[in-house]
Design a protein around this ligand. Sequence first.
Ligand code: ZN
Ligand code: ZN
Length: 227
Amino acid sequence: MGLNYSKELQLTDEIKAKDFHGQFYRCTMKQGQTSPYWFWQPIKLKLSQGILQCYNNEKIDSSINMSQHTFVSVQDPQLREFIIIIIRDSAITFWRIRAQKLCDMAEWVYALRVSKRPNVKILEKCQICSQKIQNDRRSSYCRFCGNILCKKCTHYKANLEIMGYKSKQIICKNCITEVRSVKKLEAFARLKIKEQNETKLERSMSFQGDMNHAGNRPDRSYSVDFT
Ligand SMILES: [Zn+2]
Ligand SMILES: [Zn+2]
């Protein structure tokens, strides 16, 4: 195809091809949920080729495609906590995930974010302005949707930390609004959880103490009030 996307795509492919296994704690919150409790429960996560599987008592509890509708955010590094935001049929679910070690948290957040990167789609015409595309430029694909577009329509740059990039990346005209709304959603989720933690600091701290010794008590669950 004459295209050379070099190191960055190779790294993306490597991470997407690798299998990750880990033990975590999870609590789930659905948008508009009235239940007053959040239960922390031990879970196993497996990430393989962009699919995240969650096992609860050795049974698959959920299978999530790390697509454009799933996002990962760091909530609290001190608590080794991150959030997975899942948008399905216009309903939003937040998973709060706690790792036992800080390095596990960092590795998983990065792997999950990189898994979200789309495969590059080679097109003959620009999907935005219909101009014919010359597939010879490294810089003409949108890092958010993966479409190869004309130079004019990929003239923008955005901070794409949500996909594991550390510097600003090329993005197409169509994806700018989408990235903005994702960032708003991420900020909303973080704020909600922060409010929870502030009102229930004592319990959250006792949870932390328990979690450090909870390795051999897989059935134990923890609750945090949710208002
Ligand atoms: Zn165009
Ligand atoms: Zn795009």
